[in-house]
Design a protein around this ligand. Structure first.
Ligand SMILES: [Zn+2]
Ligand SMILES: [Zn+2]
Ligand SMILES: [Zn+2]
Length: 56
């Protein structure tokens, strides 16, 4: 028996992060990897993942 974890790409266009469905942050019916992405980087911060260039 295996547990399948669904992986989804962050809905932020510039973000390359993949998050498991259980840990994704839901906003506007889409899944994001972090609060920064979920708020469309309104605070000017990128997601906290190394190697990702998204800043909104
Ligand atoms: Zn990212
Ligand atoms: Zn993201
Ligand atoms: Zn982002």
């Amino acid at each position: 028996m295996s547990i399948e974890v669904e992986m989804v790409k962050c809905a932020c266009a510039d973000c390359v992060c993949i998050v498991s469905a259980g840990k994704a942050i839901e906003a506007d019916g889409r899944s994001f990897c972090s609060d920064s992405c979920a708020t469309h980087h309104s605070d000017g911060e990128g997601c906290e993942h190394a190697g990702c260039v998204c800043h909104g």
